[in-house]
Design a protein. Structure first.
Length: 303
């Protein structure tokens, strides 16, 4: 799937950047402060964007993450599995054309929806939108044709004479130029009859083409987030319900992408704090049970 094209789609761009920034801005805790300092917002944000776009993101920890991290271009990665199920990653440097081989323990491989038996080949949620995007492209073509015809639609000129093809083409071009040059005003006489070609777009088809909410709903569904993330109202759920749905997606689908790989490959333990996703009632309850302090609640509410 052409990610360059997809990032030009406002709904897809919006949902990917919003999810990525939500995960990157959540507080990540670890007992290895040196490595934690290198896992900043920009790095995690880029990891999430690449993972959501391609299904996979490959990162090399420099000196086990103590000296930072290096993101690898997905197109330069090749994964090999031998007959003993040992996994190696080969990275081809596009500049030097040199191939570097890494053991699986040396590579942070973030992925979503793995589709193979080894759990290595992630699948972007965008893959499920191929049919929807085809529909949108067709709808855009319909709308482009509709609006390009303007108020006139397709016109038919009838003359009381026989013309060859060249003369017909010249007359048509002059007629179109006349309309464009005179703000659509047309002057004719009895030698010419003008009518509208009956090929108007069916009103039902036009309504479908103009229904931008449909695509937004499909994009939200593909990424398991509620419609409100893309500005579409959900009339069947209250605000708390849809917010909880969104929070659950962040905590149970997207945060584990980062946490699981960091814990598997790096020294130390890593986990996100989910205090910011709790409701006011949850915060009060945790405070009363002395699980959270006033300072924790202030940070959550950004007071």
């Amino acid at each position: 799937m052409n990610s360059g094209y997809l990032t030009k789609n406002s709904d897809i761009y919006s949902v990917i950047t919003q999810i990525s920034s939500e995960i990157a801005s959540a507080k990540l805790s670890s007992n290895n402060q040196v490595i934690l300092n290198n896992l900043d917002f920009n790095l995690i944000n880029r990891i999430m964007i690449q993972t959501l776009l391609y299904g996979n993101c490959y990162v090399i920890p420099i000196n086990q993450g103590l000296d930072g991290f290096k993101l690898i271009d997905n197109s330069s990665v090749e994964i090999e599995i031998d007959n003993k199920n040992n996994i190696t990653y080969k990275f081809n440097d596009n500049d030097s054309n040199e191939v570097t081989t890494y053991d699986s323990s040396e590579v942070l491989h973030f992925r979503i929806n793995p589709s193979d038996s080894y759990g290595l080949d992630g699948t972007s949620p965008l893959e499920s939108l191929k049919a929807t995007l085809d529909i949108q492209q067709s709808a855009n073509n319909i709308l482009k044709k509709f609006y390009s015809q303007g108020v006139h639609g397709s016109l038919v000129l009838k003359l009381n004479s026989v013309l060859d093809k060249d003369k017909k083409d010249k007359l048509r071009n002059k007629f179109v130029d006349s309309i464009n040059d005179n703000l659509g005003a047309i002057v004719t006489d009895q030698s010419m009859d003008i009518s509208t070609l009956s090929n108007a777009i069916d009103s039902d088809i036009l309504k479908i083409a103009q229904n931008t909410d449909y695509l937004s709903e499909q994009v939200a569904k593909a990424f398991s987030v509620p419609n409100f993330v893309l500005g579409v109202e959900d009339n069947h759920s209250n605000q708390e319900q849809v917010q909880n749905t969104y929070n659950n997606a962040l905590m149970n689908i997207y945060q584990p992408i980062i946490e699981s790989e960091l814990n598997a490959k790096l020294s130390g333990s890593y986990s996100f704090s989910n205090v910011k996703y709790l409701s006011i009632n949850d915060l009060i309850s945790l405070k009363e049970n002395e699980i959270l302090t006033n300072e924790d609640i202030k940070k959550s509410l950004k007071i």
